[in-house]
Design a protein around this ligand. Structure first.
Ligand code: ATP
Ligand code: SF4
Ligand code: MG
Length: 422
């Protein structure tokens, strides 16, 4: 690896310590990016293929004999792909299962169900011994640059530790490699013997990124890598990640709670709600023609995509209440307790994640662009139920509404109510 952006205008030289931690941001603004938005290579082979992934955490009773009395359904049947060298954004409110999904992909957790294929290998249940080489190939960047770095270790030992553990380079080559990595992430290579508290938040996040790069991973799971940073610093860090992706062909699963953050970086975005993907599409479709009421509400809160999302009107769609508990999620559609469009069928039947465009899937019985949601459920005939969700004995439900990752060549045309082909 070499330093590939000397003099990059987007890179900070010496941010004063704590600078980005003190500025208060009162309203979210989309970070102003110096780079062009990432473009998709739709023909790229997936490096990550996740099918029907589930993570149920047991809930134990108190007392001496701790029995399992329920489960937190943190991730419940999630399917997606990340193309090699590309990036998928994963977005949703707090508690919807984003970090759990990221930790499953990095195999920090053993999934309750489903499968994870990485670079053609099934890694769902691989042994601890096989996990060690995998750790080199999939790395994680954490949200909080203040707690994710050990304050007692120098930057040199934080970044150098993976090199020593994995014996990637001889001992005497570790320091030069650490310095090279510091330079790559835009930090002064002479600062390897400083401690995390001597750096600002943005600089610490660069240290976290350098640590994640140490083993030259193929996939980076970036769990809210900029949400703890000031807006002006967010743009610099996203530009840095974009540079790294272009230079080294690293694929990203980019997790954020805000649609504005992933828009620039991710040509494809999945929206999660209470452990499930409710809408997934290419960037243009998701931001300009969202079909799920939840995505529409999230988008209406983003200032500069608001108008497009709500058809030129400026009002914000208020999401009432909090995300319900994943221990006992609502029946049918999990969003129904907060959805202004909810009808009887929504409580009785779970909407399938239905492909409704070339690269667009949505899980809603009343999917449609804002102001154009249908009066009757689009899913009823496909599911073999009537408009209230009661099974229709004479119906022949579709059998191919599986929870497959990726997109099919055929999809359900909302206008014509029939299957369409590319
Ligand atoms: N180890 C665990 N044991 C039990 N429950 C857990 C565990 N980790 C997460 N959860 C629960 O799973 C749900 C999803 O959590 P997760 O951290 O994945 O959400 P998130 O989308 O990353 O939220 P945030 O935006 O706040 O980071 C939450 O209800 C959380 O309380
Ligand atoms: S299925 Fe029903 S409750 Fe769920 S998002 Fe659609 S309209 Fe709302
Ligand atoms: Mg999280």
């Amino acid at each position: 690896m070499s330093n590939f952006w000397p003099g990059d205008a987007g890179m900070p030289s010496e941010e004063p310590v704590g600078e980005d931690a003190t500025d208060e941001v009162t309203e979210f603004q989309e970070p102003e990016m110096g780079h062009a938005a990432s473009v998709a290579d739709w023909g790229a082979k997936p490096i990550l293929d996740v099918r029907d992934l589930k993570m149920y955490f047991p809930v134990k009773s108190s007392g001496v004999i701790r029995r399992t009395i329920g489960h937190v359904q943190a991730v419940d049947g999630v399917s997606f792909q990340v193309p090699a060298g590309g990036s998928l954004g994963l977005v949703g409110e707090s508690g919807c299962g984003k970090s759990t999904t990221g930790r499953l992909v990095t195999r920090l957790y053993e999934p309750t169900g489903g499968s994870i294929e990485f670079d053609g290998r099934d890694i769902t249940t691989i042994s601890a011994r096989s996990l060690k080489p995998l750790r080199r190939e999939i790395q994680m960047i954490f949200q909080d640059p203040y707690t994710s770095l050990n304050p007692r270790h120098s930057v040199g030992s934080i970044i150098g530790a993976p090199l020593a553990i994995h014996q990637v380079v001889p001992k005497d080559k570790i320091l030069p490699r650490v310095q090279e990595l510091l330079e790559i992430v835009g930090l002064n290579p002479e600062h390897y013997n400083r401690y995390p508290h001597e750096f600002s938040g943005g600089q610490r996040q660069r240290i976290g990124i350098a640590r994640a790069l140490t083993l030259q991973p193929k996939l980076l799971v970036a769990d809210e890598p900029v949400s703890a940073l000031d807006v002006s610093i967010q743009a610099q860090v996203i530009n840095l990640l974009q540079d790294l992706q272009r230079e080294f062909g690293i694929a990203f699963l980019f997790i954020a709670h805000d649609l504005a953050v992933v828009r620039h970086f991710c040509p494809e975005v999945a929206v999660m709600y209470l452990g499930k993907i409710v809408e997934i599409a290419d960037r243009e479709t998701l931001y300009n023609r969202p079909n799920h009421p939840y995505t529409q509400a999230l988008l209406s809160a983003v200032p500069n995509v608001k108008q497009a999302a709500i058809g030129g009107r400026r009002e914000r769609i208020q999401l009432e209440g909090d995300v319900p508990s994943p221990i006992n999620p609502p029946s049918g559609c999990r969003f129904r307790t907060r959805c202004s469009l909810a009808q009887e069928i929504c409580a009785r039947v779970e909407p399938p994640l239905l492909q409704i465009g070339k690269r667009h899937k949505v899980a809603c019985h009343f999917a449609g662009e804002l102001g154009h949601h249908p009066d009757r459920p689009i899913t009823a005939s496909l599911l073999g139920v009537d408009d209230t969700g009661t099974p229709d004995p004479g119906a022949s439900p579709a059998t191919d509404l599986g929870n497959e990752p990726g997109y099919s060549d055929t999809w359900f045309d909302l206008e014509r109510k029939t299957m369409a082909k590319a």
